[in-house]
Write a protein that binds this ligand. Sequence first.
Ligand code: S3P
Length: 170
Amino acid sequence: MNRSNIVLIGFMGAGKSSVGKLLADKLGWTFIDTDLRIEKQQQQKILSMFQEHGEAYFRQLESQAIEEVLNGQEQIIATGGGAVLAEHNRQLMLAGGYVVALKAEPEVIVRRVRSDQSRPLLQGDLEEKVHNIMEQRKHAYDFAHTVIDTSELTTEEIANLIIDQIRTSS
Ligand code: S3P
């Protein structure tokens, strides 16, 4: 298994960015958030990218970002919740790093994402959107090397758990 990067996957609000930043601090590795990288490159927010160009356009940029980033090493890579939908992305992630899926109960996700209006797929009825998309993606994150249910854990506990796992996994 390739442990030169840690790739965090999971539904929106699963904690990929907050855990990723802490993990990067603890390991002295570089933190990369693929969504922020795309926004910076395109000089446009993801919400307006979706509105102006559509989801497929964003997915293309996302795949490109994943491919570029995975060429590097010693990085904690927080991916967007839908990055796992493309088989090619999944293969790149598995080949380029240790893939950790962060999970959380739907109510926990709703609570965590409620104050952030920037997610294009969660515009409108939040509870309904979260439940529907979670249902559609219920097995989408199963390909990870490891899965952590973050519902009742602090960011610190999750980061420590991941560090323990990479140190003990063969
Ligand atoms: C998406 C998740 C978002 C972002 C985009 C689409 C998704 O990232 O990539 O809005 O399809 O689940 P976060 O998981 O960081 O919210």
